[in-house]
Design a protein around this ligand. Structure first.
Ligand SMILES: [Zn+2]
Length: 284
């Protein structure tokens, strides 16, 4: 576990991995094997010598003096999904979370950086054929703007499948609080707007005893976007907004030496952004 744990002042951050995969990064058409090989600094953590990208799906647990907060809830088990690699999973995620000291009933808050299928999955679990909230004692925080947009996508089957089994059940159970993009969650944790990947996308800023960390969500999918923040991502809702957000935030991360946690960055997941001329790189 030490490899997957960090301390930001009084806040302990723990990473629970649902899965890591290696291969081409289809979301970024420019991330060809040749282009990835031309960024040797990505090896060995985020790419291999053949130019394959390594991607993770994980949750980050923030333990503050007053709250235990789960940030992003991965894909979940038993879900019916169009993308077959994400369908009917049977991972040990909840066992791993419990073994790390966070049984689901101990969680006070669940926070989703945005409402996509790989960030909301463990919001619910299947019990006797019914989707029920996994974190029964938690308040689930969803962005107001994000939900307003997501709800409009119900007619899109790619959205409908996860809205129905991973979002609606927690709303119906009365566990959701809709929050602003700059909401303060507790003394050490606040949200920051990072639109582009989705309209209401947020990042999570942790500050304690003068130390800072940011969880980026899908503002960045892979560290190669630090060197090439203008590469188009097919999963982004609005490309110019996403590019502007990426460039602005990367500059700030580098200047302020903030510890950056990617939501899909492979082990070790966290590091610092450094300037290399007009570009950026990730140091872990
Ligand atoms: Zn994602």
């Amino acid at each position: 576990m030490p490899d997957n744990q960090w301390h930001i002042g009084d806040v302990k951050i723990t990473r629970i991995v649902e899965g890591e995969t290696r291969g081409p990064l289809f979301l970024l058409p420019d991330a060809t094997k040749e282009n990835i090989q031309a960024m040797p600094w990505l090896q060995p953590h985020f790419a291999d010598a053949e130019g394959n990208c390594i991607i993770s799906i994980h949750a980050l647990i923030l333990e503050t003096p007053s709250k235990t907060i789960v940030v992003d809830t991965c894909l979940g088990n038993d879900k019916e999904r169009t993308f077959e690699h994400w369908a009917h999973l049977q991972t040990k995620f909840i066992e791993d979370l419990t073994n790390a000291g966070y049984p689901p009933e101990s969680v006070d808050m669940v926070l989703c950086t945005h409402l996509h299928t790989d960030h909301v999955g463990w919001n619910t679990k299947l019990v006797d054929g019914v989707w029920v909230p996994t974190f029964v004692n938690a308040e689930y925080l969803f962005g107001k703007t994000e939900w307003a947009y997501t709800e409009e996508q119900l007619s899109n089957p790619m959205y409908e499948e996860f809205i129905v089994d991973s979002i609606k059940p927690v709303i119906d159970a009365g566990l959701v609080r809709f929050v602003e993009v700059n909401e303060k969650i507790c003394s050490e944790v606040r949200l920051e707007p990072t639109p582009g990947h989705t309209p209401g996308h947020i990042s999570v800023h942790v500050e304690s005893n003068g130390k800072h960390a940011v969880i980026t969500g899908d503002m960045l999918h892979h560290p190669c976007q630090m060197e090439e923040p203008y590469w188009e991502c097919s999963a982004d809702w609005d490309t110019p907004t996403a590019q502007k957000t990426r460039v602005g935030q990367l500059g700030r991360f580098a200047d302020e030496k903030i510890l950056v946690f990617g939501t899909h960055f492979a082990t070790p997941s966290a590091g610092t952004v450094v300037r290399k001329g007009k570009h950026f790189q990730f140091e872990v």
